[in-house]
Design a protein around this ligand. Structure first.
Ligand SMILES: *Cc1c(COP(=O)(O)O)cnc(C)c1O
Length: 362
């Protein structure tokens, strides 16, 4: 039975450790979601998110996990007869391609081996060979610990294919890695809050461009719960379409204020420092799974070159220190392991964890 007074400290790549002050935000008195106070909370939260992501376009609050927005981007912005170019470099990008197919859209996959990045020229070549409504990208592939060069890709898209919509899964990137939404010319970008926002799971933030919203007006059969047109109408009144998870919005509000007070550039920098620290350790003790240049600042995937029993090591660290890190994802289990360093995790936390792993593998 879980000891609620002493929950395990999480270094898995989502959900991540939630600090007590953030947790408290979810325990505040609730509000009526059509009342003035709610509208104020909503408006203020959206206003801060716009600053964090450098956008003047649409910010939506979704009571769903991020996977809902995978589906929303496709169902709202890709017509029934249009084709999506899905870039695939790991479990999450693969899954998004499956979701697009399950929405009945035509999907062409651009695949690279797990651990390799998607490069602008690969996309350029694919787009040159067909007619596409949109391209899907994963900013940070959480299964492999890889950050795609999405800024370079965006420059290419703006220059060569400005009419193709760009959808970006930023689930394990948002807040921790830069998102200059308007400058990048992105159309739908989203994250769930249990990753770098360091909030308990069950909620997502979505950025939607004006042109994506316009496009959605022409697409039939969008359904109800994830309908961008209906979301936009509600957002005009600083509301959501359906009753939202108000406790989560209180936590998003709290965290957003904190990130703005710290300066979002400093939040990125802190993640970079944590990433460098874990990469250095991994390089000494094991090997990085990805080329260092593409290794993520929010989690590190480490190749198990010492052939330690990863599951046993995780169990031992948990038993001794009540702390959990991640095994490799799916087919990378035991061959790799993953350490998250996002959200409110600190360098001191990491030093402690890596010390315990060192003891275990000595
Ligand atoms: C965690 C994760 C998801 C899934 O998020 P949910 O909140 O479980 O829907 C999707 N994409 C990436 C890159 C992730 O890290």
């Amino acid at each position: 039975m879980l000891d609620w007074k002493n929950p395990p400290r999480l270094f898995i790549p989502g959900p991540v450790k939630v600090n007590e002050d953030v947790l408290q935000q979810l325990a505040r008195p609730t509000l009526g979601h059509r009342g003035k106070e709610y509208a104020q909370l909503h408006g203020e939260t959206v206003g801060m998110l716009k600053k964090l992501f450098f956008t003047e376009q649409n910010v939506f609050l979704s009571t769903s996990s991020a996977s809902g927005i995978w589906e929303a981007a496709i169902r709202n912005c890709v017509g029934p007869d249009e084709t999506v170019l899905a870039t695939c470099c790991g479990a999450f990008s693969d899954k998004w391609a499956d979701v697009a197919e399950s929405c009945g859209r035509k999907v062409n996959r651009l695949k690279v081996d797990w651990g390799k990045p998607i490069l602008p020229e690969m996309i350029e070549e694919k787009l040159a060979g067909g007619s596409y409504a949109a391209v899907t990208l994963v900013y940070n592939e959480t299964s492999t610990g890889l950050t795609n060069p999405v800024y370079d890709i965006s420059r290419m898209m703006k220059e060569k294919y400005p009419d193709v919509l760009v959808f970006v899964d930023a689930v394990s990137a948002m807040v921790a890695l830069p998102i200059h939404f308007d400058d990048l010319g992105w159309d739908v970008v989203f994250a769930s809050v249990q990753k770098a926002f360091a909030i308990p799971p069950g909620f997502a933030v979505a950025l939607v461009s004006n042109r994506a919203l316009e496009k959605s007006r022409t697409v039939p059969d969008k359904g109800y719960y994830f309908n961008f047109e209906l979301w936009a109408k509600a957002a005009e009144k600083s509301q959501t379409l359906v009753t939202p998870s108000i406790p989560h919005i209180m936590a998003v509000n709290y965290q957003s204020r904190k990130f703005l007070d710290l300066g979002i550039e400093n939040v990125w920098k802190r993640h970079e420092q944590m990433g460098e620290f874990v990469r250095d350790w991994a390089g000494q003790k094991f090997e990085l799974f990805c080329e260092r240049k593409y290794a993520s600042n929010t989690l590190t995937t480490i190749r198990n070159t010492r052939r330690v029993n990863v599951a046993e090591t995780i169990k031992a660290v948990q038993q001794k220190h009540n702390t959990v890190f991640g095994n490799g994802y799916g087919k990378l289990k035991e061959e790799t392991f993953r350490i998250a360093h996002m959200g409110d995790i600190t360098l001191d936390d990491l030093k402690e964890l890596l010390g315990w792993i060192d003891e275990q593998i000595a």
